[in-house]
Design a binder for this molecule. Structure first.
Ligand SMILES: Nc1ncnc2c1ncn2[C@@H]1O[C@H](COP(=O)(O)OP(=O)(O)O)[C@@H](O)[C@H]1O
Ligand SMILES: O=C(O)C1=C[C@@H](OP(=O)(O)O)[C@@H](O)[C@H](O)C1
Ligand SMILES: [Mg+2]
Length: 165
């Protein structure tokens, strides 16, 4: 089985749904953000604060390209589509699922969040970022699943129903 890569905006549920999928399929799950923090022995917040977004994106690309391309569920970071080379790599190496999520749902889910530097950057227009990235997620994905009003388990079952595994 080709590995399944979950893409989508911050708060679309990539990390949560990846765990639900791995539980159902009994296969390994990795999260590019968690692996990045382990590999570079730091936190995402610290990388953004000390080195900036460009360095984070370089690390993220390197982690993505080391991901197993078979028998694994991979949860990516919301900005994985910011680099064209990541989009190409995903299209060529995985079954890619876009967790499409409305703005209001994202705002509700991330109300309490303090761990996402871009979400917590008051100077950035996150709603516009969602609109821009939405086109890139759609260009990259093999299948699109809507997440509004559904639990991670429901979304995982729906993904398995639409993917040809
Ligand atoms: N389908 C869902 N329904 C309700 N809450 C969700 C759902 N998916 C994720 N969440 C919650 O939203 C927040 C962000 O989820 P997370 O899985 O980390 O998203 P992502 O990895 O896409 O940023 C977490 O608090 C999580 O518990
Ligand atoms: O959208 C983004 O640019 C980011 C999303 C985060 O992952 P999640 O999508 O899992 O929140 C994380 O990679 C980092 O904070 C940057
Ligand atoms: Mg995540």
């Amino acid at each position: 089985m080709k590995s399944i890569f979950l893409i989508g905006f911050m708060g679309s549920g990539k990390t949560s749904v990846s765990k639900a999928l791995a539980n159902i399929l009994h296969i390994n799950v990795i999260d590019t953000d968690e692996l990045l923090e382990k590999t570079y022995e730091t936190t995402i917040s610290d990388i953004f604060a000390e080195k900036g977004e460009d360095v984070f994106r370089k690390y993220e690309t390197s982690i993505l390209k080391q991901a197993p391309t078979a028998n694994t569920i991979v949860s990516t970071g919301g900005g994985i589509v910011e680099r064209e080379e990541n989009i190409d790599w995903l299209i060529n190496n995985g079954s890619v699922v876009y967790l499409e999520t409305g703005w209001e749902t994202i705002v509700t889910r991330l109300k309490e969040d303090t761990t996402r530097p871009i979400w917590n950057n008051a100077g950035r227009d996150k709603q516009k970022l969602l609109e821009e990235r939405d086109l890139k997620y759609k260009r990259t994905a093999d299948v699109i699943v809507q997440t509004d009003g559904k639990s991670p388990d429901m979304i995982a079952s729906e993904i398995l129903g639409v993917l040809n595994l």
